[in-house]
Design a binder for this molecule. Structure first.
Ligand code: NDP
Length: 333
């Protein structure tokens, strides 16, 4: 079995990842770590977790095989490096760190230690995005020309904390959502971005100089151009992902989400077709691939390198917003 230690008594673990671990035939949540002993205890009892600890050393000395890191973003690096040193497999939340250079250090350490390292980019596990990738690879839209990503949402009240108040914790919508769009564009197009231009805004929710909205324009290696919109402040926008090619268009609606919902329409000269796709929970699939990777079968659905790519992209977007110039994306892998 794979015994997991949770680093961080977080909302995402409670909402999705504990279930995803327990959905595996061989998955077990063995312990949780919070910086507060009281919160660790409360979280463990609410979620039926046998052990609660309040230090990283205490967690890493438990009998665990893997850790899931879902603390605030400035902590991922240090916690990841410690877990790798202790020989634990690591599933780390995005962004992997505050800079791609730091993310690279962590991913290199994991690879040198021979442990499995994954980035929790859930969207490439969505049936909708996998169906789009497959359709594009099969040539169903001809040559891809352009993509549009609609990923401006409303940050729920219970999450209106560090994301909109603490730059030092890696707050802001670019590190939160643009990283996901970078990864999903790479996955669906099967292509890498080379350049980005971004405008950001503070539309009234985020403070501390943080952005709560962003619009980005991307150029990919193949020549595809893309636009993406990320936000915390639009209540009624809905989400979507479109790829337009020489022979057809893929138009997906309500797919930039944590749930296996939404629809994908293929429009070509022969008319419109709804693509069917599997509706497995995104996080459960991500964990299944991770467990398989531990057994030596394949790789996590998003690797450490994928996490470096998405962070390097977000970094370039922030730099562009600041400088008013287009910025090259180079993860230096
Ligand atoms: P939370 O704010 O819920 O948790 C982050 C940290 O905040 C926790 O580790 C905890 O610290 C602290 N915290 C939580 N609740 C309280 C409280 N009531 N009082 C004081 N401190 C508290 O963050 P999220 O779950 O939204 O995000 C965590 C990470 O996961 C981030 O890196 C984020 O980017 C990522 N994420 C990824 C998603 C995905 O789909 N891939 C979706 C959502 C988030 P402690 O552990 O010390 O108790």
């Amino acid at each position: 079995s794979v015994r997991w230690g949770l680093i961080g008594a977080s909302t995402i673990a409670k909402q999705f990842m504990i279930n995803a671990i327990r959905a595996q035939a061989d998955g077990e949540v063995a312990a949780v770590m919070s910086s507060s002993a009281e919160r660790a205890e409360a979280y463990a009892s609410e979620n039926g977790i046998p052990a609660a600890v309040s230090s990283l050393d205490a967690l890493l000395s438990k009998e665990i095989d893997a850790v899931y890191i879902s603390t605030t973003n400035e902590l991922h690096l240090e916690q990841g490096l410690a877990a790798i040193k202790a020989g634990k497999h690591v599933m780390c939340e995005k962004p992997l760190a505050l800079t791609s250079a730091d993310a690279k250090k962590m991913v290199a350490a994991a690879s040198n230690a021979g442990i499995i390292f994954g980035t929790n980019h859930h969207l490439r596990n969505a049936g909708a995005h996998r169906a789009m990738r497959k359709a594009i690879a099969a040539g169903r839209i001809g040559k891809p020309i352009a993509a549009r990503v609609f990923h401006s949402v409303f940050l729920p009240e219970n999450l209106q904390g560090w994301r909109i108040t603490r730059p030092e914790a890696g707050g802001g919508v670019v590190l939160d959502i643009t990283v996901h769009d970078a990864d999903t564009l790479r996955f669906v197009l099967g292509d890498d971005p080379v350049e980005i231009s971004a405008f950001t805004q503070s539309a009234g929710m985020a403070g501390g100089g943080l952005e709560d909205g962003a619009m980005c324009i991307w150029r990919f290696k193949s020549g595809v151009i893309a636009q993406s919109h990320e936000g915390f402040t639009t209540q009624y926008a809905g989400t979507g992902f479109e790829v337009h090619g020489s022979e057809g268009s893929l138009i997906a609606t309500n797919v930039m989400t944590q749930k296996p919902v939404g629809s994908v329409l293929l429009r070509t000269a022969s008319g419109e077709e709804e693509l069917s796709f599997d509706r497995e929970d995104l996080y459960t699939r991500s964990l299944r691939q991770f467990h398989a990777a531990i057994r030596g079968e394949g790789q996590p659905s998003a690797t450490g390198e994928d996490g470096i790519w998405s962070l390097a992209s977000a970094e370039a977007a922030l730099q562009s917003a600041k400088s008013g110039k287009a910025v090259k994306i180079d993860p230096k892998l």
